[in-house]
Design a protein around this ligand. Structure first.
Ligand code: ADP
Ligand code: MG
Length: 654
């Protein structure tokens, strides 16, 4: 435990301490300038990592935020005569606001489209800074004098220490934020925004907040940049800088403050590395060594394909050999960037710091943080009203897709405390119906009420907050999060600490309580030993159970399970039946879509049968199985006597 603490916190403290005291010996103003730039780029890349690493968006607009922040600070000083504190506040605010605005298309656009939107934004900004000569001085540039900070005029050393203090503050606050429910939400968005909303975590709010935050840090870095160089030109903030920033984040390691810091070191030193022959050769040799170690480890753990192991060695080898062959490494700058980026993307997907951290954790045998002991299940899932009164009422609900009447005039009542089965042949509209209930789709017409109140329509988030939780037929887990984090993200009612206290690191009690509740649910679903396993690394059966645990974390009044047994082996199906019984025993009402008839017979109080988007039969499993229309729908013939043995096993083709 102590080792872990020293490893995590000690290293941070030590690095910042060294940065703070180095200038006491360094009087060389060029070196001090590099160190100052390192602190500024550190803040900039921590901001970029929020959008690129955590939110997983290709953000090509970050250099523009640096520019906007720089000009905002510059203009506050030259036009308004503000001091440094006010100007820096303004540059952060400009980044924050424009970042929030840029996030709005991000909510509509996916992947490459969003990358293009951010690219247009940065082109627009560069043009604006260049052409609005009356304000920015255009291509002539904008000169400014470094203003006093709260009445104190700063020397080069003083300004450096200001940058270091700001880096330390940003580091600390971001560490606390990213280790909290916010950080989990940022990451979860990347894997499945649908599941985020369905688990009551607003995609909209977190995406906008994440972008605004990252861009706000970009703006702050811009303000410092302006006061560092005291001369601004629009062409400093174009796409070429953006590529270098991305290189920094990817090389350093995404989703890591250390990664951002390492990336910043690299960006600052890169021009020097390329112009100094000895340094360049040392870098290339270190790169080759790293590639060899990575390949050896991958070989030992059988964790990468041959290509992944050999390509970085080849690329770094090329760098070493090439270093001896070319005269001027600077003119090969772009090729060298490309080789480095290629090696990292292929060989070290977690970046240099991700690799180093894993290596240290393993070789120093640092134990992972302890997880809180499981809470009592009774306190997590308190028994609910199960009086058999109507819980969910659907009236004439329709959902059409063009000409396809997927759900066609369905009226249905689910009573509190029951397991309500929903069956029907493939394409009969079962998933569409639950998608309408849970808010993924808005109904084309019809009314829905939950506990007598109108159910929100067309919003997963609102329906989830109204007390409906669901699983998905095609799993929607947060693949890159651990099983524990998947459940913790969905937990309702444990996170109470206000943001300001959370940023100061005072949310530990919430986190422990959330861990305890999540562990109780993982226990219930037999996943207690998989708490740290990433969802994508779980077996298929475990993934299905994890989705149920996550839905239970919502503490729902109505739980919708869309084919939970699909693809499971026989023994797993039996386990699942026992589990659903246990959940039901806690008073939770369940809608169960299922095509294994034995599961339906064992679990359901009532079964509704759909065909072609309509209800064709309803009643107890025994009654429904013998219903002529049901037999016809499944077998295509109305032969009652045939039905029993066939349906008993499993409905075919569902
Ligand atoms: P089930 O879950 O019972 O197998 P679904 O609800 O998935 O059936 O599908 C019912 C019908 O609606 C099918 O014909 C399907 O092709 C159609 N459908 C479902 N979702 C969509 C969609 N998003 N767009 C267009 N058609 C859809
Ligand atoms: Mg379906």
């Amino acid at each position: 435990m102590l080792k872990r603490f020293l490893f995590l916190r000690g290293a941070e403290f030590f690095a910042l301490l060294i940065l703070a005291i180095v200038p006491l010996w360094v009087s060389n103003s060029y070196a001090l300038g590099l160190l100052t730039l390192l602190a500024i780029y550190g803040i900039l890349l921590i901001g970029l990592d929020v959008t690129v690493g955590y939110l997983g968006q290709v953000n090509l607009g970050h250099a523009a935020f640096l520019g906007l922040g720089a000009y905002a600070a510059g203009l506050c000083v030259t036009l308004l005569g503000w001091g440094m504190a006010g100007a820096l506040l303004m540059s952060s605010l400009v980044g924050l606001v424009f970042g929030g605005l840029l996030a709005l298309p991000a909510l509509r656009l996916a992947g490459p489209q969003f990358a293009l939107a951010t690219l247009s934004f940065s082109a627009l900004t560069a043009t604006l800074l260049n052409e609005w000569e009356g304000l920015t001085g255009g291509a002539q540039g904008l000169s400014l004098a470094r203003p006093p900070l709260l009445g104190l005029s700063l020397s080069a050393h003083g300004f450096y220490w200001l940058c270091i203090v700001l880096l330390a503050v940003v580091w600390l606050l971001m560490r606390n934020l990213l280790a909290s429910q916010w950080g989990r939400a940022f990451e979860a968005l990347r894997d499945s925004s649908i599941a985020c909303d369905a688990m009551g975590v607003s995609t909209y709010r977190h995406k906008v907040a994440g972008f605004a935050l990252g861009s706000g840090l970009g703006g702050l870095a811009g303000g410092l940049y302006a006061f560092n160089f005291q001369y601004l030109q629009p062409q400093s903030f174009t796409y070429e800088l953006m590529v270098i920033l991305l290189l920094g984040v990817v090389l350093g390691g995404r989703k890591s403050l250390w990664g951002a810091f390492f990336g910043a070191c690299l960006i600052v030193l890169l021009p020097n590395l390329l112009s100094n022959r000895l340094l360049f050769e040392m870098l290339a040799a270190a790169g080759l060594l790293l590639a060899l170690i990575a390949a050896a480890r991958a070989y030992r753990h059988q964790s990468a394909q041959l290509f992944q192991r050999l390509a970085p060695i080849f690329a770094m080898g090329l760098l070493v050999v090439g270093g001896f062959m070319v005269d001027n490494t600077e003119s090969w700058r772009k090729a060298i960037f490309a080789l480095m980026l290629f090696s990292v993307v292929v060989g070290l997907p977690d970046g240099v710091m991700g690799f180093v951290a894993k290596f240290l954790v393993r070789s120093l045998a640092i134990a992972p943080a302890r997880i809180a002991a499981a809470a009592r299940l009774e306190s997590v899932l308190s028994p609910q009203r199960a009086d058999g009164l109507p819980l969910l009422e659907l009236q004439n609900v329709r959902r059409y897709f063009g000409g396809v009447k997927a759900v066609d005039d369905i009226s249905l009542t689910v009573n509190a405390g029951q397991v309500h089965g929903l069956i029907g042949p493939n394409g009969s509209g079962k998933s569409t119906l639950v998608n309408v209930i849970s808010g993924l789709y808005a109904p084309s017409s019809g009314a829905m009420r939950l506990q007598g109140k109108a159910l929100p329509v067309g919003s997963l988030l609102k329906v989830s907050r109204a007390g409906v939780a669901r699983t998905f037929q095609n799993l929607q887990l947060f693949a890159e999060l651990s099983a524990l984090d998947n459940v913790m993200l969905a937990l309702r009612g444990v996170y109470r600490t206000p943001l300001a206290l959370l940023l100061l690191g005072l949310a530990r009690r919430d986190e422990r309580a959330a861990q305890a509740e999540a562990m109780a649910l993982l226990d219930l679903l037999g996943l207690q030993n998989e708490a740290r396993t990433l969802a994508k690394d779980l077996t298929y059966g475990a993934q299905r159970r994890l989705e149920i645990a996550r839905a239970l974390a919502r503490k729902p009044t109505l739980l919708i399970l869309d084919e939970p047994a699909a693809g499971l082996a026989k023994p797993d199906v039996q386990t699942l039946i026992v589990l659903i019984r246990t959940i039901h025993a806690r008073g939770i009402s369940i809608i169960l879509i299922e095509h294994h008839m034995d599961v339906v017979s064992e679990l359901c109080d009532v079964v509704t049968v759909l065909d072609g988007g309509k209800v064709i039969a309803q009643g107890t499993p025994e009654v429904v199985k013998r219903h002529p229309k049901v037999i016809k729908a499944y077998l295509g013939v109305a032969q009652e006597e045939l039905a029993e043995p066939l349906i008993q096993k499993e409905f075919p083709a569902c």
